[in-house]
Structure formats: C-alpha cells, structure tokens
Design a protein around this ligand. Structure first.
Ligand code: NAP
Ligand code: MG
Length: 399
C-alpha cells in the first residue's frame, strides 16, 4: 500500500457514549487509519469520564476547538433522572452540545445526505436543503403569565438613568395568557455571519425568512441585521461566488421550499428552525442520514451526526448481538472535519481522501449494500442488509 496521507494540525476528537462510541472506533479502524496517519487531540466525553472530571473535559475540548479550529464529535448522553441511576452520577451534567455551543457561540447547520435510490418524500427535492437554526432566545427563553383578569398587561423598559418606557399589551377583562420574548443584536449578528460564511463555504445560496409584516419591530430587526451584514461584508463575496442572498416571508418561504429543487441554505429563527428541521429530517427518511455542523462566527467548526447514541442498539450489542446501526452520519462528521482541516492547512491529498470516503459510502449504498434502517426506504430487489462492520468494510474496499 502507498504511504499514508499525512496531517499537520490535529483535529479535536471528542469521543462519546454507547453504540456511537463502538461505531466511532470501527470507523477509525476500518475506514480512516488504513489510509491516513490520523492526528487528533483526544477528549473522552463519555458520561463516565464527564462524571470523573466534573465535566471539565467538555469545557477543555470546547476551548481547544477555539484554538485548533476543527473538531469532530461522537454522540453523547445528556443525563436525565434515569441516567443518574444507570451511571451512578453525582450530578445531572449539562448537555455537552449546550456547553460546546455556548463556548463557540455558534449556529448549527443540518443537512440530509441524499443517496441514489433513496428518494425524499418530496419528489422535486434533488439536492439537500441545509437548515440553519438560530439557537438563542425567543420563545425558548420567554417569560409567561397565566392572567387572572381583569387586569392590564404592560411592557416596561427600565434604563440605568431611571428613565422608563412603557406600553400597554392588553386590557384583560377576563382570564388569559401573556408572553414576553427577547433577542439581542449581538446574537442575531453572530447568527447572520455564521450563515453567510457557511453559504460561501459550501457555495450555496442563502434564504432567510421571518414574519416581519406582522412583527414590525421584532422580526423586522432580524431582517434588517441580515440585510446590513450582507451589504457591508458579504455582497461582493456572494457575487464573486455566483450565489445569492434571498429574503422572503416565512409562509412564502415554506411554499417555495416545497416546490424547490433544494441545494440552498435556509436560515430560520429559533422556533421556525426547531419545527422545520424535524420536517426536513422526516421528509428525507432517516435520522441516521442527517449531518450536523456547528459553525462559530469567527470560523471554528465542530462536526457531528444529528442522531443520538442509539441506546436500544447498544443494549442489544451488550448482549453479544451484531447490530446493523447506520454509521453514515458519523462517518460524514469525520469526512467533513478532515476536509475542513485539509482546506485550512492546504493539504490536497487529505481533501481528496475526504471526497473519496464520502463517495465510497454513497457508492456502497448505491450498490444496494445497506444497514437495517434503510431497508424500508430503498426500493430494489437485490439489496443486501449487512451489519455495521460489514458495511464499513464494504466502504473501505471502495475507497
Ligand atoms: P437516538 O440515539 O437518535 O435513537 C433513536 C432511534 O432512532 C434509535 O432507537 C433507532 O431506531 C433510530 N436511530 C438513530 N440513529 C440511528 C442510526 N445511526 N442507525 C440506525 N438507527 C438509528 O435518540 P434517543 O434514543 O432518543 O437518545 C439516546 C441518547 O442519545 C440519549 O441519552 C440522548 O441524550 C442522546 N442524544 C445525544 C445527541 C448528541 O450527542 N448530539 C443527540 C440526541 C440524543 P430503532 O431502535 O427503531 O432502530
Ligand atoms: Mg425539535
């Protein structure tokens, strides 16, 4: 075999839990390390090690990502009451993804991996649609009251110099509900920049939509900030790349998306993104075929799969069964991270490897070799359902 491909800067490698932790090692052993002299800085984000380090390992990994620029992350358990018992935890540790997102101040981009033979339910979608969800504020950080009327609900701003600005929301003559929302120019600007950077990076047009005709101040602020950032920093770069920035109303956007061919980035406010990303994932068939990347406004990247640790498969694995868990999204997290590292460091053979790894994966499925979850989605007689290890071996042979 030819010499292995060399790396210069290490990736930040964040290992995780359960079935995805098993797959993580198999991917490296079978599909990457035979070809690449892999360089990583390893952080073990498994729940037992988060417990052991008082979750310091998560923060360390996130901070190191800020320095090195590119990370690849395995799915991790976000503990709940049942996990406290199962893992004998001293504390219900916070979601690692939450910690990483807070440290990098990023936006999450999610895109389905489309394969020949597996058709999205929306038949006109030929290319993937990437959803960029603003993950800060709005209804996720709101203040709500159940109103026992009659009463007047007011919105008041109190300034440090004692000045006040107040407005009546509604005069209740009976019972009802009222809600207060906020967002910040800083967060919206960071969101906008992440979206413009990602669109440029992937050479896809950017769509953004809000309800600014109804929410004339709140949603309009989102629209204005996107427009200002675009005019000031991105217009020329977009024109040079042959892509466009397109703003429309959210209901118009939904109608256009359903009639589109795909192949663009769709930026959405927090709630809209929550709803639309589940719509997109189910329209495209399988959670195991959704990639996810966190991009910070200053251009740091953290790649992962959109699914969790696939607990049910793990319990079967512990009983000695061979499972047919789909490794594609985790594999694409690795190829995405390697490609980004290659581009940052100017390593064309590493970039070429990332392309070949993805093509070999799509070819394997295209030739009918699949994991169990894809069985009902692929309509052909000669398909062959294999276990995870056999699937990865088939990919490796095609690289
Ligand atoms: P999940 O791990 O995504 O799995 C839910 C179900 O979806 C599985 O039982 C399986 O269905 C199917 N599935 C998901 N990924 C698959 C794959 N790669 N191949 C084949 N089938 C796949 O979600 P969950 O069971 O709700 O959560 C499990 C743990 O993951 C939780 O502790 C949660 O905290 C964590 N989680 C982590 C992240 C993250 O780190 N980003 C995200 C979400 C959840 P069948 O059993 O029917 O085959
Ligand atoms: Mg949701």
């Amino acid at each position: 075999m030819a010499d292995k491909i060399k790396m210069t800067t290490p990736l930040v490698e964040m290992d995780g839990d359960e079935m995805t932790r098993i797959i993580w090692k198999q991917i490296k052993d079978i599909c990457i390390e035979p070809f690449v002299e892999l360089k990583t800085e390893y952080y073990d984000l498994s729940l037992p090690n988060r417990e052991k380090t008082g979750d310091q390992v998560t923060l360390d990994a996130a901070l190191r990502t800020k320095e090195l620029g590119v990370a690849v992350k395995c799915a991790t358990i976000t503990p709940n009451a049942q996990r406290m018992e199962e893992y004998n935890l001293t504390k219900m540790w916070k979601s690692p993804n939450g910690t990483i997102r807070a440290t990098l101040d990023g936006t999450v981009f999610r895109a389905p991996i489309l394969v020949d033979g597996i058709k999205p339910f929306v038949s006109c979608w030929k290319k993937p649609i990437t959803i960029a969800r603003h993950a800060y504020g709005d209804v996720y950080r709101d203040t709500e009251f159940a109103v026992q009327g009659p009463c007047r609900a007011e919105l008041t701003l109190k300034f440090p110099d004692g000045r006040e600005d107040s407005s009546t929301i509604f005069e209740f003559d009976g019972n009802g509900i009222v809600q207060g929302l906020y967002n910040t120019d800083k967060s919206i600007t960071a969101f906008a920049k992440s979206c413009f950077n990602y669109a440029l990076d992937t050479k896809q047009s950017l769509w953004f939509a809000t309800k600014d005709t109804i929410s004339k101040t709140y949603d309009h602020r989102f629209k204005d900030i996107f427009a200002e950032v675009y005019e000031k920093e991105y217009k020329d770069k977009f024109e040079a790349a042959g892509i466009e920035y397109f703003y429309t109303l959210i209901d118009d956007a939904v109608a256009r998306v359903m009639r589109s061919e795909g192949g663009f980035v769709w930026a959405l406010k927090n709630y809209d993104g929550d709803v639309m990303s589940d719509m997109l994932a189910s329209a495209c068939g399988s959670l195991a075929m959704m990639t996810s990347v966190l991009v910070s406004p200053d251009g740091k990247y953290e790649y992962e799969a959109a699914h969790g640790t696939v607990t049910r498969h793990y319990y079967r694995y512990l009983k000695g069964e061979k499972t047919s868990t789909n490794p594609v999204a985790t594999l694409f997290a690795w190829s995405g991270a390697l490609r980004k590292r290659a581009q940052m460091d100017g390593l064309s053979d590493l970039e070429d490897f990332a392309d070949r790894l993805e093509k070999a994966t799509l070819d394997t499925i295209g030739q009918g070799i699949i994991t169990g979850d894809l069985n009902s989605l692929l309509d052909r007689e000669d398909k062959k359902v294999v276990n995870t290890e056999e699937f990865l071996t088939a990919i490796s042979e095609r690289i």
